[in-house]
Design a protein around this ligand. Structure first.
Ligand SMILES: [Zn+2]
Length: 499
């Protein structure tokens, strides 16, 4: 069918999106002669006449007499809704006199200020009734039922409290308001709003967990306890951890607002969170150390004197030459042993090493390999390299002021001579990692004594281990990026928010 457009009226036509451009609104006349039945009938009779346009001018705005949304063709219902939302709520002219009605013993009428109080209210001057615009527009698609504010209208001015209740206690109303918002803001549909909200929640989660990590790292480095005897909200001293978090909140208002607004189960300050963060720190430290050893030879030093709460514990320190040629002694961890027999110690050591991706056989193997490799090399070759080495370093000023074997080892790596004189370097490393008690081993054991004296005796092996590793090897902790620790922490519990 040929559509003719009245040029004069054209300016009133609603600008619609590309899909809806083709849909025209049925001609509605002001005399309301066109009923919904007629509209449907004309649709059926002329199926090709699907092109319709929504005309602002023709939309009846008085809520008492406007046509229900369901009376429009489904294809254009959203356009009609948009048009109504753009027009806004129907309010009588400024000078309109609201009629009185006798209700009970008193005269009552619609109060003008309800327009300010309730942002949804519509008033029909032809019927002296109040309606709800969002409910009128979406009630038929909302899964909730409607009420007087949609169909018959509300005129019970005596019970004006029901106006306040409509928006606050009606799921149907809230649902309709949301649908109106989604229709008018297609780029920020409810789903998009939800995604944005989730993003915001993740950002806030990150602030909270990062704050807890900073507090955790501080207390670990100091070898201080975490908990207080009274951690309730009004406690005068909530313990070092919570006090430190409060201090960080004081320094940074952003942290304060994020933590104070957190849901109760997501504060990220619970003891379990503190322990998981400490465990993540300890684990990353150990990984770093294992990485530093690479596949090189190392020796194990064991202190089995550690005895906390009647339990026999074995502290394990490993000595190795790092890739920079430096002799390092690092604390690997503690293990509980049933008894201090050699067999029991060996089993415990094997357990600890295997947890950390090392093995006892590889210690021996590497040790023997180093020696047996030497044994396989003809003596003349070794002697030849040794002579060359002596001649070479004697005339190299780099090697003039060395203070010992460890200095020599580091210098060989620095000058890259460890590769030229590989056998000399290997022998040197073997000599260096021999289990001789040194000052740095003492450093480890005295640090252990300090941490143990600071902390409560009744702590789990895991907690004690993590505390010791992070305190003794705090210089390693300082080199690890917080993001690495947080990633480790996240993997410990799949229910956590994403960072
Ligand atoms: Zn409503």
């Amino acid at each position: 069918m040929e559509i003719t457009i009245d040029r004069v009226r054209q300016k009133h036509w609603v600008e619609t999106d590309s899909i809806m451009m083709k849909k025209f609104f049925p001609e509605l006349s002001r005399d309301k002669a066109t009923s919904s039945a007629n509209l449907e009938a004309s649709e059926t009779q002329h199926p090709n006449e699907s092109i319709k346009v929504v005309d602002y001018e023709l939309l009846e705005t008085d809520p008492g007499i406007r046509l229900p949304i369901s009376s429009y063709h489904p294809d254009i219902q959203n356009e009609v809704r948009k048009a109504y939302l753009k027009i806004g709520r129907h309010q009588p002219p400024h000078n309109f006199v609201y009629p009185w009605s006798v209700q009970g013993k008193q005269r009552r009428r619609f109060c003008k200020n309800w327009f300010d109080l309730y942002d949804w209210i519509d008033y029909s001057e032809s019927k002296d009734l109040a309606f709800c615009l969002p409910c009128f527009l979406f009630k038929n698609v909302s899964k909730y039922g409607g009420d007087h504010f949609v169909g018959d209208g509300f005129g019970d001015w005596k019970h004006a409290q029901r106006l306040a209740n409509h928006a606050t206690s009606s799921n149907s109303h809230v649902n309709c308001v949301h649908m109106g918002y989604a229709l008018m803001n297609p780029n920020q549909s409810i789903k998009a709003a939800f995604v944005n909200q989730t993003k915001q929640m993740n950002v806030e989660y990150r602030v909270r967990v990062n704050t807890s990590l900073i507090a955790t790292k501080f207390l670990l480095r100091c070898g201080m306890p975490f908990r207080g005897s009274d951690e309730s909200l009004n406690s005068l001293f909530k313990g070092p951890f919570l006090e430190l978090v409060d201090t960080l909140k004081e320094i940074n208002p952003e942290i304060a607002s994020v933590i104070d607004c957190a849901p109760g189960n997501n504060l990220m300050t619970a003891p379990k969170i503190q322990k998981d963060l400490a465990a993540a720190c300890a684990c990353e430290i150990t990984q770093q150390i294992i990485c530093d050893i690479a596949d090189d030879v190392f020796f194990v030093l064991i202190d089995e004197s550690g005895d906390v709460a009647g339990k026999e514990q074995m502290a394990v320190v490993i000595r190795y030459v790092s890739s920079e040629g430096l002799v390092k002694e690092r604390f690997l961890g503690i293990v509980s042993v049933k008894e201090t027999s050699a067999k029991s110690l060996k089993e415990a050591l094997e357990k600890l090493l295997s947890i950390n991706g090392l093995s006892l056989s590889s210690i021996r193997g590497q040790g023997y390999d180093g020696a047996s490799n030497m044994r396989d090399v003809p003596e003349v070759v070794v002697r030849h390299q040794l002579q060359n080495y002596v001649r070479n370093v004697r005339c190299d000023p780099n090697f003039a002021k060395l203070k010992g074997l460890s200095d020599l080892c580091a210098k060989l790596v620095e000058t890259n001579k460890c590769k030229t004189f590989d056998m000399v370097y290997k022998l040197l490393k073997l000599a260096l990692v021999l289990p001789v008690a040194t000052a740095s081993v003492e450093r480890v054991f005295s640090a252990m004594k300090f941490v143990k004296s600071q902390l409560c005796n009744k702590m789990s092996d895991q907690w004690l281990n993590d505390r010791l590793v992070t305190f003794i090897e705090r210089d390693v902790l300082g080199t690890i990026n917080n993001d690495v620790i947080l990633a480790h922490f996240q993997e410990m519990d799949s229910r956590r928010f994403s960072l």
